[in-house]
Structure formats: structure tokens, C-alpha cells
Design a protein around this ligand. Structure first.
Ligand code: ZN
Length: 347
């Protein structure tokens, strides 16, 4: 990718963090449209289960087979080819065309996009639009794009009491008894009503533990783990504050640890959504459904830069599976769609 972009006159900045290779590449100045994606893939699993070797790309009956064909090396190829055609047609394009490429999305995602975004933000790099090549399509190319994702927030709560003999409760302090009314209030709270793009925020208790196993011991503490899937109506700090207010109102002696696997993001409307919808309609003859479904994605990091973010890629029905494949014609079509997005935003 680097050598092909270099040949087009892109400035390449390698941004390795730890043992993760990333790069940021750009060409031109002004309003910035970045294409983002990952070069890493999930393991192939038992290679003997594959019809064709997972790391030798093979085209059969119009399908390109190989690990990463759909998630998401196919999209990366489509982006580069789109950039080659676009730059050849418009060598003096108006805005800036950029690439943000990581090799750590499928694993821990700690030294990939998140670190590149931090580095770009620390020097006030501008990013207006970002198109991520994640395989968003369901049944036919472009039938769905992702314009946001729900946030995920986990709490590890410990309620402290005093261990003792059940026959001498005045000498102990039962953390289960103390926690029950607070947990009841947490599970019955309506956190928000959701909005046009997101369902209402949901809170689920995933794990709970207390007790020594003995019927005559009041336990010394209780551990609960719960997770929020939250909409853009709330921030993680608002949720944390409301939870801790409830815990304090119940006079709990507690410690709580919060983990934020992903902030929510939403690109409701704007030039990028318009351009993507128009480009799909132009080449496919139908408009995509805008969706915020699914788990977290690297979009959650890129949205921090204030960019409009949309995910558009090929059909995802075989991703992470044996015999992962993608229609070769779809990749060519996808490349034209990407090019048309460039033409609308930075030509
Ligand atoms: Zn992916």
C-alpha cells in the first residue's frame, strides 16, 4: 500500500507503536477525507478445512477466497485503486486525501488506530471525513452502512461489609443485604429513551459473587460486574456519576473500577453520509440502510477527532469464517463507489 501511495505522490508517515505497524499518508491540502482500515486478520483456524489455502488468494466462480478477503484487505485494495484513478483524473484535487492504516484491529486494538489518532490530535491534525472499509454490507453490496456504534462501559463493583457469624449479626455487616436495594434501583433505572438512531441505553448485570460457601458465615464483601450499552444521549461520565449517586444514597461502603471499551459515536447526517448514499445509489441503484448495530469498531477512536465517520465495505457473511470470500466484481464496484465519494468531497 505504501509503495503504491508513494508512487501517487502521497507523503507517508510510518507510525509504529510497540510491535504494531501503522501508517498515515496524505496528499494535497485542506478539507481532509481519510480512508481507514486494518491489514491484520483473524487466524485461519484449521487450514485443512479451507477449500483453498487461506493465505493464497484464489478466484473461483467470481469469488476471491482468502483470510481477510472481506475483512478487510479487499476494501484496502479497493481504496488504493480508487485513489489511483482519482489522483490520475484530478492531480490538483482541492482537499486532502489521506489514509489511516493499522495492523492491530482484530487483536487488542491498543497500539493501532487509537494511538495514531492520539498522535494526530496532539499536533492538531484536521480530519473532516473518514470512510472505514469494514465489511458493512449484509446481502448485497452497499445495502447497509454503519454511521455510528453504541458505547460500552463496564463496572467492577465491590461492596464492603464485615465478615462474621450469622448468629451474631450485630457484630458483622452484611454486604449482600446492603447491596440488594442499590442493585434493585440500578436495574430498574431508565437511563435514557434512546433516540432516532439508537435504542435506549441498557444495563445488564453480568456477574455477581458473595459468600464463603458456608451457611453460617456473613461474607465480608460482594462483587458485581455490570455493563452498559449506551446511546449518544449519555456520556460515560454521566453514567458513572448517576451510578455512584445511587450507591452513595444507599450508604454503601464500596470501591468501583470502571472500564470503557468504547465510546458511542454517531454521524447523523452531513456531507459524508450524503456522499456515501449518493455514490451507492449511483452504482447500485438503491440506497443503503444507515445502522448503528454491531459491536465496537475503530470508528470510536477516529470520531474523537471530530470527523464524520461512516463504515462501508463488502458483504460480511463469511468474515472470520472458514472459506472467507468476497465477490471480485463487488470489490471493483466498491472501488468505484469509494472514488465517487472522493470526487464529491475533495475534487
Ligand atoms: Zn475488520
Amino acid at each position: 500500500m505504501i509503495s503504491r501511495l508513494q508512487a501517487l505522490g502521497f507523503t507517508i508517515e510510518r507510525m509504529p507503536f510497540g510491535d504494531t505497524n501503522n501508517f498515515w499518508a496524505y496528499r494535497g491540502t485542506g478539507s481532509t477525507l481519510a480512508f481507514a482500515g486494518h491489514t491484520d486478520v483473524v487466524p485461519a483456524g484449521d487450514e485443512s478445512q479451507w477449500e483453498y489455502p487461506p493465505f493464497e488468494p484464489t478466484i473461483r466462480n467470481g469469488l476471491l477466497y482468502g483470510r481477510g478477503a472481506a475483512d478487510m484487505k479487499g476494501s484496502l485494495a479497493a481504496m488504493v485503486v480508487a485513489a489511483e484513478r482519482f489522483v490520475t483524473s484530478y492531480p490538483n484535487h482541492n482537499g486532502r486525501l489521506a489514509f489511516l492504516i493499522t495492523s492491530d484491529e482484530e487483536a487488542k486494538a491498543t497500539d493501532g488506530t487509537v494511538k495514531v489518532v492520539q498522535a494526530l490530535m496532539s499536533r492538531n491534525e484536521q480530519l473532516d471525513y473518514c470512510l472505514i472499509g469494514e465489511p458493512s454490507s449484509q446481502y448485497r453490496l452497499g445495502d447497509m452502512v454503519k454511521n455510528g456504534r453504541r458505547g460500552s462501559l463496564t463496572a467492577n463493583l465491590t461492596v464492603h461489609g464485615i465478615q462474621g457469624h450469622v448468629a451474631y449479626p450485630h457484630l458483622a455487616d452484611n454486604p449482600i443485604h446492603r447491596a440488594i436495594p442499590a442493585l434493585q434501583e440500578l436495574v430498574s433505572t431508565r437511563w435514557d429513551e434512546g433516540n432516532e438512531f439508537f435504542p435506549a441505553t441498557s444495563m445488564q448485570i453480568a456477574n455477581i459473587h458473595a459468600g464463603t460457601g458456608s451457611h453460617n458465615v456473613i461474607p465480608g464483601n460482594l462483587q458485581v460486574q455490570f455493563n452498559f450499552r449506551f446511546s449518544t444521549e449519555l456520556t460515560d461520565s454521566q453514567i458513572r456519576e448517576r451510578v455512584e449517586t445511587i450507591l452513595k444514597n444507599h450508604n454503601l461502603d464500596y470501591t468501583i473500577e470502571w472500564i470503557l471499551p468504547g465510546e458511542p459515536f454517531l454521524t447523523a447526517k452531513g456531507k459524508l453520509v450524503d456522499a456515501v448514499v449518493q455514490a451507492i445509489d449511483h452504482y447500485c441503484g438503491y440506497k443503503p440502510e444507515l445502522s448503528t448495530s454491531g459491536g465496537t469498531s475503530d470508528g470510536r477512536f477516529i470520531a474523537r477527532m471530530g470527523a464524520q465517520v461512516v463504515e462501508l465495505g463488502p458483504i460480511n457473511s463469511t468474515i472470520h469464517k472458514v472459506n472467507e470470500s468476497v465477490s471480485a466484481a463487488d470489490l471493483q464496484q466498491l472501488s468505484r463507489i469509494y472514488q465517487r465519494v472522493m470526487e464529491q468531497l475533495i475534487q
